[in-house]
Design a binder for this molecule. Structure first.
Ligand code: GTP
Ligand code: MG
Length: 197
């Protein structure tokens, strides 16, 4: 897929303030600092589109970007950010759950997992919630440039095996590096396929 245009549209504090749901939408979620905003920038071919940061907790709102004037990419705040208070966590939970369950044009969610680690319970728990809510998703293993290929493969395999314990079917999965710009075409082709359905 060729990206002809990528524009920031709006940041919303909750699903009700999100833009008119007139285009197919793809959301990016995962632990704080896993690389959601960076991945969106690589996909959109614009390093300045979504705000990124070395410190977790950068993205706080629901951010809509319009791609090729035809579909939305949505950057969401991450989970597992240690410096959040209990009430901030509950607020995040509510905001995300409402957005995911109520947004009518949400086609699929990309759940980002740090490829440097063995399966983390917080990611498994979030995926379990997605299953409970019947939300289609795929997995993106990020920061592949930070470990050896063998280490990445081992962690991807371990994560999928962990999922097999409770899931009958495994979702599509992608491995990305924003440094090497790898995984971009596979994700864009996948979105292309979903847009055509
Ligand atoms: P929050 O908005 O805080 O939830 O974080 P985020 O998931 O949006 O992460 P962000 O894109 O801001 O990236 C966090 C840090 O990881 C930044 O310093 C990025 O440069 C770095 N990063 C993201 N992706 C990659 C990658 O593929 N490889 C490497 N080496 N660094 C990455
Ligand atoms: Mg972010």
């Amino acid at each position: 897929m060729v990206i002809k245009s990528a524009e920031y549209l709006i940041s919303s504090p909750d699903w009700e303030k999100c833009p008119v749901p007139n285009l197919p939408e793809y959301a990016f979620i995962g632990r704080s600092n896993v690389g959601k905003s960076s991945l969106i920038n690589i996909l959109a071919n614009n390093e300045k589109l979504a705000k990124t940061s070395g410190t977790p907790g950068k993205t706080q709102l629901i951010n809509h970007f319009v791609i090729n004037k035809a579909w939305y990419l949505v950057d969401l705040p991450g989970y597992g950010f240690a410096k959040r208070s209990m009430s901030q966590r509950r607020q995040w939970q509510q905001m995300i759950e409402n957005y995911l369950r109520k947004r009518p044009n949400l086609v699929s969610v990309f759940v980002l997992i740090d490829s440097r680690h063995s399966p983390q319970q917080i990611d498994i728990d979030f995926i379990t919630d997605l299953g409970t809510w019947n939300i289609p998703f795929s997995l993106v293993f990020t920061k592949a440039d930070k470990s050896t290929q063998a280490e990445v493969s081992k962690n991807v395999k371990a994560f999928l095996n962990k999922m097999r314990e409770t899931w009958q079917f495994l979702p599509p999965n992608f491995v990305t590096s924003t440094v090497k710009k790898s995984g971009r075409d596979a994700i864009l082709n996948y979105i292309d396929e979903l847009n055509a359905q």
